[in-house]
Design a protein around this ligand. Structure first.
Ligand SMILES: [Zn+2]
Length: 480
């Protein structure tokens, strides 16, 4: 459920999800893979690999040969895969090769649905997209399911109505094909949160629709007489936007002051986080100068910088991003969030600054910062495979969900994945291994990591100083 905050679950708006949380195995400290962006987490959920391996860091990326990449666009993702990104097989593709039936039903962007299983292009698992504006619709859908989809009539013209069409498509898939694994991606409540804020009437309505969607899909499985093991989660949390800042010029000025040629430093804007890329061959001192200037910006939260030239008040990128992907940005600049509510998702929601390119749209809700409110996600495992009525304090995330889903269907381990099987959640599993937390301070910022055996989770990070709100970038200040 895209952008579903754990704190948004309540008996009034999400009665079914709350019931699942009470009956099932619930993680209280589950976190998104960093960065807390949709397509980064979609790729991780699909493969069990973090962005440091998939190369899918977020929604708007840059590559020195391809230029700008919008991962909402299937053709952009295909071009990116052609140069080596997202080379890992998805769990759907692996399961399909083993003879299991799988289906992805996406109610988000076409690129998001595609990233959940690119293998569907080659016939490995079905892919169904509900958003009518997508040119990419259905791939590898079995004929009897296709007939059922045609009976649903045309997909609705508006993205907003597409959720109910997607749910109906899910019911068709369940009742006619009984897939071994169904991944359902809801574009709500993310869309409502971005456009209208976290506590708007539209957001509350979106939560109710999401709750009904899960209830309907769950009931459809039980109606077939089969068992239903359901894993409910989200790709990221959310913050309320304090202010939306156009930062293209500011970043150009910084690169210019460092002595870089025009376009020597390319930023891509992802709401709560900016990715920075240097032209290949840029000298390390010039890179270091850009990084140092950015860390000092009052709008910048924790900044992650390539280890080779990381300033003392930034965080080495290797702390937050493992792997050896050549597509890892040189700088990951998170936007500053209010340091209050460091414990995690709360109501009222935490607040953060929103970054955008000049001339683009401002949003009322933002995510992508490293604040715990963005990193924390719901994670509920419900059904006969899981321990009932248990709350767990261990960290867990989307890579683990992939490994666990694969284990549930095949009984085997997802070899070489970054995720771990969530053994402690399984009916026949032991208790959770102890997690070891570590806080790292740099400048006025800190990040907290948690480790279980050899798996590392970035729980969140904050800058110590508050933000003074204002109308223009030059007036943004930090206040101790
Ligand atoms: Zn979003």
């Amino acid at each position: 459920m895209d952008g579903l905050r754990p704190a948004a679950l309540n008996a009034t708006d999400t009665p079914f999800l709350s019931q699942l949380a009470g009956e099932g195995f619930t993680y209280d400290h589950a976190v998104a893979t960093f960065p807390a962006l949709t397509r980064a987490n979609a790729a991780t959920l699909a493969t069990g690999h973090h962005p440091g391996h998939t190369g899918i860091f977020g929604n708007r990326l840059w590559h020195h040969e391809l230029g700008h990449i919008d991962t909402a666009d299937v053709e952009d993702v295909r071009r990116f895969r052609d140069v080596g990104a997202m080379s890992q097989a998805t769990i759907e593709e692996r399961l399909s090769r083993l003879g299991h039936s799988t289906v992805v039903i996406g109610n988000g962007s076409a690129g998001c649905t595609y990233l959940l299983n690119p293998g569907s292009d080659a016939g490995h698992g079905a892919r169904i997209a509900s958003v009518a504006t997508d040119s990419e619709v259905h791939r590898s859908v079995p004929p009897n399911v296709m007939t059922g989809l045609e009976d649903l009539g045309p997909r609705p013209a508006s993205d907003d109505e597409a959720l109910e069409w997607a749910v109906a498509a899910g019911v068709v898939s369940i009742t006619t094909n009984a897939p071994d694994l169904l991944i359902f991606w809801s574009g709500q409540p993310d869309t409502a949160h971005h456009h209208t804020g976290l506590t708007s009437a539209a957001s509350t309505e979106a939560l109710r629709r999401v709750d009904q969607a899960v209830r309907t899909l769950h009931a459809a499985v039980l109606d077939t007489g089969r068992e239903c093991n359901l894993i409910l989660t989200a790709d990221h949390g959310f913050c309320a936007t304090i202010e939306s800042l156009e930062l293209t010029e500011t970043l150009n000025e910084i690169a210019d002051r460092a002595g870089l040629p025009p376009n020597g430093f390319v930023p891509t804007f992802n709401g709560g986080v900016i990715f920075g890329y240097f032209e290949p061959g840029t000298a390390l001192p010039l890179r270091a100068s850009v990084a140092s200037q950015i860390v000092e910006q009052p709008w910048a939260g924790p900044v992650f910088c390539a280890d080779a030239y990381c300033p003392a008040d930034a965080f080495p990128l290797s702390l937050a991003v493992g792997g050896d992907s050549p597509f890892t940005p040189d700088l990951i600049i998170t936007m500053r969030a209010d340091p209050a509510d460091q414990a995690g998702p709360t109501d009222p929601p935490a607040r953060a600054l929103h970054a955008r390119a000049s001339g683009t749209q401002a949003y009322s809700g933002v995510h992508g910062t490293v604040h715990p409110a963005d990193m924390r996600i719901p994670l509920i495992l419900h059904g006969p495979a899981f321990k009932p009525r248990t709350r767990c304090a261990a960290p867990a995330g989307p890579a683990d969900i992939a490994a666990t889903a694969y284990k549930l269907v095949t009984g085997a381990l997802l070899d070489d994945a970054d995720g771990r099987v969530l053994t402690e959640s399984l009916h026949d599993g032991g208790s959770a291994l102890p997690a070891v937390e570590r806080r790292i301070d740099r400048g006025d910022a800190s990040v907290t990591l948690s480790r279980i055996e050899d798996r590392c989770y970035l729980l969140g990070g904050v800058s110590a100083n508050r933000i003074s709100t204002s109308a223009t970038v030059s007036q943004i200040r930090t206040v101790p």
